[in-house]
Write a protein that binds this ligand. Structure first.
Ligand SMILES: NC(=O)c1ccc[n+]([C@@H]2O[C@H](COP(=O)([O-])OP(=O)(O)OC[C@H]3O[C@@H](n4cnc5c(N)ncnc54)[C@H](OP(=O)(O)O)[C@@H]3O)[C@@H](O)[C@H]2O)c1
Length: 273
């Protein structure tokens, strides 16, 4: 089978398409006939060696495919940028039926991170979501609105329309304006700290770069949660949350996707077959 992996750390050129045997699942594992994974920018740090991992490393944490003929979506540590993926049984759930299976690979990491960040938001709060144009932001704005928050989001012009579409009450173009309106909670989803003081009165939550603030800060690292993923899928099928896929690439183009990182908004799918 074909697999996109790295044997050494470095630039996008270290990504190789290898041909290896189809793996055999062990106890508590299943073999997923993989259709797609998605690109997450944290993988740039893995590729560069900022995060220590065993090599060779298969890219792609998000997984969409078939198990026993049934469409599933999931999250695997061992990499899903391959034609077949071994997944622990608790790492997959039935895929949504209302969107193409491949696009479902956009959901796990970005959706779960967004949800675990938005868990700190309560009804009626004013929330600033910084980095709303990205994969996590696309889910975070929608989930914060579902919780009854008033959402002020930052986005550049290319993402303004989409972010309004997610339900943001106000969109601030971060390339032209500094967010100054006082909010209860600020959610930070950008890989660099904000170059302005967080206007939060109660709490700053970051899933990305650490933020210095005069109020308590919280850093959220996504914890896989099967029930939460299944619930997200239900919300998508009920039309309560949309999945914003903005680009699709074949597995062979994984290095190109890494080269283009920073040019994307929304979620990017890498189809594995
Ligand atoms: N803690 C965790 O468990 C966890 C999990 C996954 C990812 N992460 C991290 O969370 C961050 C976001 O991930 P992601 O997947 O959402 O990233 P992403 O999809 O790559 O985000 C891209 C978006 O970032 C926006 N952006 C870039 N610079 C910005 C700035 N200065 N101000 C506001 N928005 C800016 C852009 O918005 P426009 O299109 O509007 O320009 C772009 O659309 C990354 O740093 C990632 O490494 C953390």
């Amino acid at each position: 089978m074909k697999v996109a992996r790295i044997h050494e750390h470095g630039g996008p050129e270290v990504i190789r398409i290898d041909h290896i045997d189809i793996p055999t699942p062990g106890d508590g594992e299943v073999l997923v006939d993989t259709e797609a994974t998605s690109f997450n920018p944290t993988e740039l740090a893995v590729r560069q060696g900022i995060f220590q991992i065993e090599l060779p490393h298969t890219l792609g944490w998000d997984l969409a495919g078939h198990h026993d003929g049934r469409p599933v979506v999931g999250f695997v540590d061992s990499g899903a940028a391959a034609e077949f993926t071994i997944a622990p049984t608790d790492r997959i759930v039935p895929a949504p039926q209302s969107i193409p299976l491949r696009d479902a690979a956009a959901i796990p990491l970005a959706g779960l991170t967004a949800w675990q960040v938005v868990e700190y938001v309560t009804k009626g709060q004013k929330v600033l979501i910084n980095g709303a144009g990205g994969g996590i932001g696309s889910f975070a704005v929608q989930l914060a609105k579902r919780k009854g928050a008033y959402v002020i989001a930052t986005a550049s012009s290319r993402s303004t329309k989409a972010v309004h579409g997610y339900g943001a009450d106000e969109v601030i173009d971060y390339t032209r304006q500094v967010p100054k309106t006082p909010v209860d909670v600020m959610i930070h989803l950008v890989g660099t700290p904000p170059p302005w003081p967080p206007p939060a009165r109660e709490l700053v939550i970051s899933a990305a770069a650490p933020v210095e603030a005069d109020v308590p800060t919280k850093h959220v690292v996504m914890r896989y949660n099967r029930d939460m993923l299944a619930e997200l899928v239900e919300m998508i099928d009920a039309g309560l949350v949309t999945v914003d896929v903005t680009a699709r690439y074949p597995l062979d183009a994984m290095a190109e996707v890494h080269r283009k990182a920073g040019e994307f908004r929304g979620k990017v799918i890498v189809a594995t077959r």
